[in-house]
Design a protein. Structure first.
Length: 151
């Protein structure tokens, strides 16, 4: 983590990208470290959102390549659970991409949207909005916390 913090905005971008893929990674730690080291708010927001968005779209793309057998094998899900999720995604549509930022289920939502061939433009729009809101809230929390503790 310290290595990525040293790289500033690029480190934030890489951490956010990795966190949005199926790899277990916390971009918030790197983002917080870079912010507390004195980095500017706007470039951090852009780097985190762009990296996380591109990581999420990578999951969507992987879903488009996928087959049911792969989802069962690599995500360790049984067929009945996959069928339930597929039906839910078909009914709710691309707007569910807004929630791709959620830990635990977000990666699966992105992969499922790709697998189900949800509209890529709507998925991208909703995913970008969700990820931007996520980092905006986190950065406000860091700002308020650091202001509180420096008083």
């Amino acid at each position: 983590m310290e290595y990525l913090i040293e790289y500033g905005y690029i480190g934030v971008f890489v951490a956010a990208f990795l966190a949005a893929t199926i790899l277990p990674f916390s971009s918030e730690v790197v983002l917080t470290g870079v912010l507390l080291a004195g980095a500017s708010y706007c470039p951090c927001m852009i780097a985190a959102t762009a990296g996380n968005f591109l990581g999420g779209m990578t999951c969507y793309w992987l879903g488009m390549l996928g087959k049911i057998e792969w989802i069962e094998k690599y995500l360790k899900m049984n067929r009945s659970k996959i069928d339930k999720v597929q039906e839910w995604v078909r009914k709710k549509g691309a707007w569910s991409a807004f929630f791709v930022f959620l830990p635990g289920v977000g990666d699966f939502i992105a992969v499922a949207l790709g697998f189900l061939r949800a509209n890529v433009w709507l998925v991208a729009l909703f995913m970008l909005a969700g990820k931007a809101v996520r980092y905006w809230i986190w950065m406000e929390f860091v700002y308020l916390s650091s202001s509180f503790f420096t008083l």
